[in-house]
Ligand binder design. Structure first.
Ligand SMILES: O=P(O)(O)OC[C@H]1O[C@@H](O)[C@@H](O)[C@@H](O)[C@@H]1O
Length: 384
């Protein structure tokens, strides 16, 4: 199989990551007073803005993955820097985690978003795996998982957005909860995480996936039926790719075989979700695959890249395998377009239908997506 392009891309990515991005997001992206900045402006200066929990959690993971990939900078210190800020300033008196604080750690929004709880579990799992904490990390994660089940468990499966109930229910936090619970199982801590992960997989297979197309939706009613109106028909290509990866990954981690469903889901995103001019995954489609929002965000390209690479590696049919490799190469080329900014290590986030990028500060939240894709690319391309 022709892999020369992919190998060159992997080398490029390694250099970009180790020489530019990780050093920059540590030296500029971390606030010496604690925690990580939300954004770095395209001139290379940090933006003083309120801080979402998910950014602290994601940056902790990003530096741990950077360490695994061979960054010789202080990745342990960086990961602890994010985790310590998270545990100190986001935990509410009831044990759940608030969504937003000021740069000095002052609480700004007490909402305990389901999506954010998933990222707390994920960061704790990653920190535990990396040897950055012992039993106290396990205890914190177990307590959070138990509390979520008790306070947010939906009788049909999965979780409520809030208590009391807020509708619509959303698939997206479940995707990240699946990711986080799998990370705990991979870390060798199965209880209660394996059962939670199995429950989410069953929910996806029986309720969240549209049997007509194999695609996963975004918004549901309280009994996990597709929400009425337009919102029930929203399909995000990036989420097809991201869920497809996780539904494949439950094979090695949980011994469940959802390969057929995961490939069909990826296929929906690949067939309808790639803009033929930009060759990039767009933001949203309707249930039939018509583009409803042509903006292309960076993260969707990284999810396409990772999933195509994982599927390529597992594929025995040479022609299908070559298609996955070509998709991965195209996805990386799209990612490179976002990374093409004056200060190396930063990025654009939104690529518009007219071919222009929105000129805005680089959001830290994308780094986690970049690392999770590059971790696979560097190995596939022989640059790990
Ligand atoms: O929008 P930010 O915070 O950059 O996150 C980027 C994206 O990450 C993905 O994994 C999904 O969860 C998206 O819904 C989300 O928008």
């Amino acid at each position: 199989m022709a892999m020369a392009l992919l190998e060159a891309q992997a080398r490029w990515a390694r250099e970009w990551l180790l020489d530019a991005a990780l050093p920059l997001w540590w030296t500029v992206g971390a606030d010496p007073a604690g925690g990580f900045h939300e954004k770095i402006a395209l001139d290379g200066t940090p933006v003083a803005a309120s801080r979402r929990l998910r950014v602290q959690a994601r940056q902790a993971y990003a530096f741990i993955e950077g360490g695994r990939l061979g960054w010789d900078g202080p990745w342990r210190e960086a990961a602890r820097h994010g985790l310590d800020f998270l545990l100190a300033h986001y935990r509410r008196p009831d044990g759940l985690f608030r969504t937003l604080v000021a740069p000095d750690g002052r609480p700004l929004d007490e909402t305990a978003d389901l999506y954010d709880q998933a990222f707390v579990l994920f960061a704790l799992a990653q920190a535990h795996t990396a040897g950055l904490g012992g039993d106290e990390l396990i205890a914190t994660a177990r307590a959070l998982a138990t509390q979520l089940q008790a306070e947010r468990g939906n009788p049909v499966g999965g979780f409520e957005e809030a208590s009391p109930r807020v509708l619509p229910l959303r698939s997206n936090p479940h995707m990240h909860l699946l990711e986080a619970n799998l990370a705990w199982v991979e870390a060798g801590v199965a209880e209660p995480f394996a059962d939670v992960a199995r429950g989410i997989v069953a929910l996806a297979a029986t309720r969240l996936i549209d049997p007509q197309t194999g695609a996963i939706g975004e918004y549901y009613d309280g009994e996990w039926r597709f929400a009425a109106g337009e919102s029930g028909g929203v399909r995000e290509p990036g989420h097809q790719f991201e869920w497809a990866y996780l539904l494949d990954h439950v094979g090695p981690v949980l011994g469940l075989d959802h390969r057929a469903a995961s490939r069909r889901m990826y296929g929906f995103g690949a067939r309808f979700g790639i803009d033929p001019v930009r060759k990039a995954a767009v933001f949203a489609l309707d249930a039939s695959g018509q583009v409803s929002d042509p903006r292309a965000r960076l993260w969707a390209q990284t999810e396409r890249l990772r999933t195509a690479l994982i599927f390529a590696a597992a594929e025995s049919d040479a022609a299908i395998r070559a298609d996955y490799v070509a998709a991965a190469e195209e996805a990386f080329a799209a990612l490179q377009a976002y990374l093409d900014v004056p200060v190396r290590g930063l990025w654009h986030d939104q690529w518009l239908a007219d071919g222009s990028f929105v000129e805005e500060a680089a959001p830290a939240s994308s780094f986690y997506h970049i690392l999770s894709a590059l971790a696979v690319l560097l190995k596939a391309g022989g640059a790990a």
